[in-house]
Design a protein around this ligand. Structure first.
Ligand SMILES: [Zn+2]
Length: 240
């Protein structure tokens, strides 16, 4: 094992794979996605999972990951997470309120909604919850929300399916937030593991390691439920 240097990209594509995806020609060897802010480079290697195509991508920081093709081509995923991190660091340098709790809270909500690699993304950005344009700037968020009343307070959305914006947010303690969740049923589809996201049904399963597995978006609740039933057998070994 020692001394063996693995190449970053395994070029299995001897024929020079060329696939037409949307308006982009993806070729192997790696091609950069032609946008200034996207840090991914496609290797041309793909894999299929649950009917979805994943692109093997290399981030400009060197991280290699398989990213859902639609995410990478629509710029929903722009990096392994380092782009948002760098942006937040730059903002932190300029707004003057370095390392405040409010800033950390603001950073957290942006990550949950905008970084597909964030472990909480599935419950936020993945459910269609976003941060309003005004709150992309920490200053506006801080103007709207002010200092949190106590160390026990964190940001809470009044409507659990609504976005992060002035109208929908308040400082609340954990207890207050739990009560809020009990009143407002998060799961509008009525089926466990199936969530209505905009006009589609998203199926999710939690595997035995408590990791959320995205099963896909479906046009109908029946399709989403069927996908989840199938996943139950796969991930839980359950017979239905
Ligand atoms: Zn990166």
């Amino acid at each position: 094992m020692n001394g063996v240097v693995k190449p970053l990209i395994k070029s299995k594509c001897a024929q020079g794979v060329r696939a037409h995806i949307g308006k982009l020609n993806v070729v192997s060897p790696p091609v950069a996605i032609p946008t200034s802010k996207n840090r991914w480079t496609l290797t041309g290697k793909t894999k299929r999972k649950n009917g979805y195509i994943y692109e093997k991508c290399i981030c400009s920081c060197g991280t290699v990951k398989y990213i859902l093709r639609s995410h990478v081509l629509s710029n929903q995923s722009k990096s392994c997470g380092c782009l948002l991190r760098d942006t937040l660091v730059n903002i932190n340098k300029t707004h003057g309120r370095t390392c405040t709790h409010e800033f950390t809270i603001w950073q957290g909500l942006r990550k949950r909604c905008e970084n597909v690699n964030d472990k909480k993304y599935i419950d936020y950005g993945g459910r269609g919850i976003s941060v309003c344009v005004e709150w992309k700037k920490f200053e506006t968020f801080f103007d709207d929300m002010g200092l949190r009343p106590t160390a026990k307070h964190s940001i809470d959305r009044k409507d659990n399916d609504g976005n992060y914006c002035k109208k929908n947010c308040k400082w609340a303690t954990k207890t207050e937030q739990a009560r809020n969740r009990r009143v407002q049923k998060r799961n509008k589809s009525g089926v466990v593991g199936v969530y209505l996201v905009k006009d589609k049904f998203r199926a999710i399963i939690t595997d035995n390691n408590k990791k959320h597995i995205h099963l896909g978006y479906f046009k109908t609740i029946e399709e989403a439920t069927a996908a989840r039933e199938e996943a139950k057998i796969k991930y839980w070994g359950e017979n239905v």
